[in-house]
Design a protein. Structure first.
Length: 157
């Protein structure tokens, strides 16, 4: 469970600015993870997350966000980049998620998903413009579908 929670933290940090441990705990709870502020604090330390000023913020705002300074971030960032740029729709049923892309892009997205090595995902099958993502269990499918929607930049209901 800890590994899954920490992978979710990495995804959340890569997909949106997270300003506080409390905000991160609330987002984890929304994805089905039970985590106290103390647990989130330990996870942040173990993952090596650091707080940096938000570049777009005014100097008076003093806003910060968490980032991943390690090599792990490159995989999360690559996945975020290709999903944000190439995935046009996210649909799920039972333990399967179907991602649609422009023609010729599905293999690149499937490769990024495989490299991210989310423990909830058994594997992917990439065609020309469609990726089939096989999720380990039906219980995890809505959470993984939401992660893809978050990476895509949408708020799925």
């Amino acid at each position: 469970m800890k590994d899954r929670r920490q992978r979710a933290i990495l995804t959340l940090v890569a997909t949106r600015p997270i300003h506080s441990q409390e905000e991160l705990a609330a987002l984890l709870e929304a994805q089905g993870y039970s985590a106290t502020q103390a647990t989130v604090s330990r996870d942040i330390k173990e993952l090596g997350l650091v707080k940096v000023p938000i570049k777009d913020a005014h100097e008076d705002d003093g806003l910060f966000k968490y980032v991943v300074p390690s090599a792990t971030a490159s995989y999360v960032s690559r996945l975020h980049r290709v999903v944000a740029e190439l995935v046009t729709s996210v649909e799920g049923a039972v333990n399967l998620i179907v991602l649609r892309t422009p023609p010729g892009s599905a293999q690149m997205v499937a490769s990024a998903i495989d490299e991210a090595a989310w423990p909830e995902i058994l594997g992917t099958v990439g065609g020309d413009d469609t990726i089939l993502v096989i999720v380990r269990s039906t219980d995890e499918m809505p959470v993984i579908k939401q992660r893809f929607s978050d990476l895509q930049g949408e708020s799925a209901a």
